[in-house]
Design a protein around this ligand. Structure first.
Ligand SMILES: Cc1cc2nc3c(=O)[nH]c(=O)nc-3n(C[C@H](O)[C@H](O)[C@H](O)COP(=O)(O)OP(=O)(O)OC[C@H]3O[C@@H](n4cnc5c(N)ncnc54)[C@H](O)[C@@H]3O)c2cc1C
Length: 430
């Protein structure tokens, strides 16, 4: 075998896709514990966005301003790359590129969002990348309640995540890649991935497990599995859509700390997600954590705050999944030609587009091609490992509580919770 890819989510499949397109003679296998798309790739919020999980300042401090800008521009372009491949491969991901609307639901959030636009200008990003919208301009796009203005970027599309990943798996197979489902990998070593059914030997072994990285021997402290939870309403009546419009299918959020994210689905529902599920001691992953009642109630509460008309709307679906967070929130892409070990992940909740950028970059690295992509700041970046337990548990859950406390304090007082914010920044590093 030339390349064995461990994990059949977007990271693994995009890597397989670009390798197979680059060199159809390569023998590539994807080894997946459940089925392709079982993980976060099949159950996310469908924001195909240009978001990076860390600030340009942080990137520039470790690399350079040019590096930060180049990475952001590559992420911007990735949105169109995914849509173009989906079109070319006949993948019906129900995609609409309506951009991302971040509404301010308080004066304080409005001030912060205005600042973010000013900051973008200092990095050379103009109106075509991010713009401030007045209250009426924001509400023209989505007539949510209590809106004080907002920002809008065109670099985002709403997609159906599971259709994208299943369509991609089919495309990859059409291009000659074999996908072995129902095959857990227990350990990765140079040129080999071990499974209970036997070893898979390959020149290159790619680890593409994100939130599930801890399931491999020796990798428990590399990436933290953090739960994000989602719900979907019943299909909403025409009256509602007439009132709020949202015809551009912009992805929608506000500027709180404990992130929420929503999209109008192609079948007329609102799918909305949020962070805040408690982190479990020793990074345990268990399907029961996907249905944490308190978090789903919080998401529903946020939905009704934005759209009071939905107080009685039925919630027909609730689910959740794990995303992978590195200790310093830097996602990264690696390839070591000496050992044949490669890996990508740590997108910290922004992986729908970044996995494509990672897959293209891994294809370049593995085939030995030096390119603009292989020079981006996340290539070869090494994150520190997480602390041993119970420090890890304490740190992560304190961070989550702080984020919720900051939102609550700001909501109550209308003032910035600057001290708590500084504590959180020290704790989480961003
Ligand atoms: C609820 C939720 C909402 C999100 N919303 C968004 C969003 O709107 N926009 C955005 O950009 N990002 C979002 N994300 C993050 C995004 O979905 C992920 O960053 C991305 O899907 C990661 O893809 P991946 O292929 O690296 O990992 P995954 O999709 O998790 O794939 C890993 C695969 O490895 C398999 N596996 C696990 N263990 C083993 C093993 N031992 N051996 C073999 N295979 C194994 C799993 O079954 C899985 O299929 C969200 C995540 C969640 C959970």
């Amino acid at each position: 075998m030339d390349v064995a890819i461990v994990g059949g989510g977007y990271t693994g499949l995009w890597t397989a896709y670009y390798l197979a397109r680059r060199d159809p003679a390569l023998r590539i296998v994807v080894v997946e514990r459940e089925f392709a798309g079982f993980g976060a790739s099949g159950r996310n919020g469908g924001w195909l966005s240009n978001l990076l999980p860390l600030s340009w300042d942080t990137i520039a401090a470790e690399t350079s301003r040019d590096g930060a800008v180049a990475w952001q521009r590559a992420a911007n372009a990735t949105v169109d790359e995914v849509l173009a491949v989906a079109r070319a491969e006949g993948i019906d991901a129900q995609a609409t590129k309506g951009g991302f609307l971040c509404v301010a639901t308080s004066e304080l959030q409005a001030a912060r969002l205005r600042e973010s636009v000013e900051e973008a200008r200092t990095w050379g990003f103009g109106e075509e990348d991010l713009r401030w919208l007045s209250r009426s301009a924001a509400r023209e796009r989505v007539a949510a309640d209590r809106v004080f203005g907002g920002t809008w970027t065109p670099h985002c599309a709403a997609v159906h995540p599971a259709r994208l990943v299943r369509g991609l798996a089919e495309a990859v197979e059409r291009h000659g890649v074999t996908i072995h489902e129902g095959t857990p990998v227990t350990e990765i070593a140079p040129h080999v991935a071990r499974t209970p059914f036997g070893d898979v030997s390959a020149k290159v072994v790619v680890r593409a497990l994100e939130g599930y990285t801890r399931t491999l021997a020796g990798s428990r402290r590399d990436l933290l599995p953090l739960y994000s939870l989602m719900l979907a309403t019943e299909p909403l009546p025409d009256d509602f859509w007439k009132e709020v419009d949202w015809s551009g299918r912009e992805t929608l959020s506000d500027d709180r700390r404990l992130i929420i994210y929503a999209q109008r689905t192609a079948d007329g529902r609102i799918a909305m997600g949020g962070r805040g599920a408690p982190y479990r001691l020793t990074s345990r992953i268990n399907p029961s954590h996907e249905l944490a009642r308190g978090v789903h109630d919080m998401i529903r509460h946020s939905l009704v705050e934005l759209f009071p008309q939905l107080a009685d709307a039925r919630i027909t679906h609730r689910w959740g999944g794990v995303l992978g967070v590195p200790r310093d929130w830097w996602p990264s892409v690696h390839h070591d030609p000496a050992t044949g070990l490669a890996r990508a992940g740590g997108y910290s909740g922004d992986g729908v587009a970044l996995t494509n950028l990672a897959g293209r970059t891994l294809a370049d690295l593995i085939t030995g091609e030096s390119s603009e992509l292989t020079r981006l700041p996340w290539v070869g970046h090494r994150s520190p490992r997480f602390e041993p337990e119970p420090l890890r548990w304490l740190g992560v859950n304190t961070g989550l509580h702080l984020a919720a406390a900051i939102d609550e304090r700001e909501r109550r007082t209308g003032r910035s919770a600057a001290v708590l914010d500084r504590v959180m920044t020290r704790l989480t590093g961003h």
